[in-house]
Design a protein. Structure first.
Length: 184
């Protein structure tokens, strides 16, 4: 009779290595999936934060609109862009009158502050339409254009057509409404 020594056969070692490598592969895929989910969540949070910051900035800009006073420019509201004077908060903590223009540049809604650099407010914008409310009331109508050196509208409505899924070209329309404070 043959004697058997303690140890593993080559087949047993290969099976153990195969099972170990499968465990490592599954663990790697699991960690990659978790990392991708974290990256997607971070990108979504940055997008939501950017949209909220843009909305706050637009609210403050329209509420501080300054038209018809000495040194202010007029209100130039067109169907695809708008330009006006407003009081903006500086990094030093005081307000400064600046001319702000809103419109599309490439596929972004951009605020151009004169003088200064443009600010991207929203990405993936296919089209923008501005509407202007001239007076409050149930019978009031929105107009597509309002140009005046001495007066502004009561409200500005911005309709943005945004691309949601680039691969399919799906677009949604967001409507933003900004009231302009009463002056005088």
């Amino acid at each position: 009779m043959g004697s058997r020594t303690a140890g593993f056969t080559l087949i047993e070692v290969l099976v153990a290595l195969t099972i170990g490598s499968l465990v490592v592969l599954v663990a790697h895929q699991l960690f990659v999936g978790i990392a991708d989910q974290g990256k997607t969540l971070t990108e979504a949070r940055a997008t939501v934060d950017r949209a909220a910051n843009a909305r706050r900035w637009l609210d403050a800009t329209f509420l501080s609109l300054d038209v018809g006073t000495e040194g202010a420019s007029g209100f130039d509201g067109r169907p695809d862009r708008v330009s006006f004077s407003t009081w903006l908060l500086t990094p030093d903590g005081w307000f400064e009158r600046r001319v702000v223009s809103l419109g599309i540049a490439d596929v972004r809604l951009v605020a151009t502050i004169t003088p200064g650099t443009p600010i991207t407010l929203m990405d993936s914008v296919r089209d923008v339409a501005f509407d202007y409310l001239l007076e409050p009331g149930a019978e009031s109508r929105w107009v597509r254009e309002w140009v005046s050196p001495v007066s502004a509208t009561v409200a500005v409505r911005i309709r943005l057509q945004r691309l949601v899924k680039r691969e399919r070209g799906t677009a949604v329309t967001d409507t933003l409404l900004f009231l302009i404070k009463e002056r005088g």
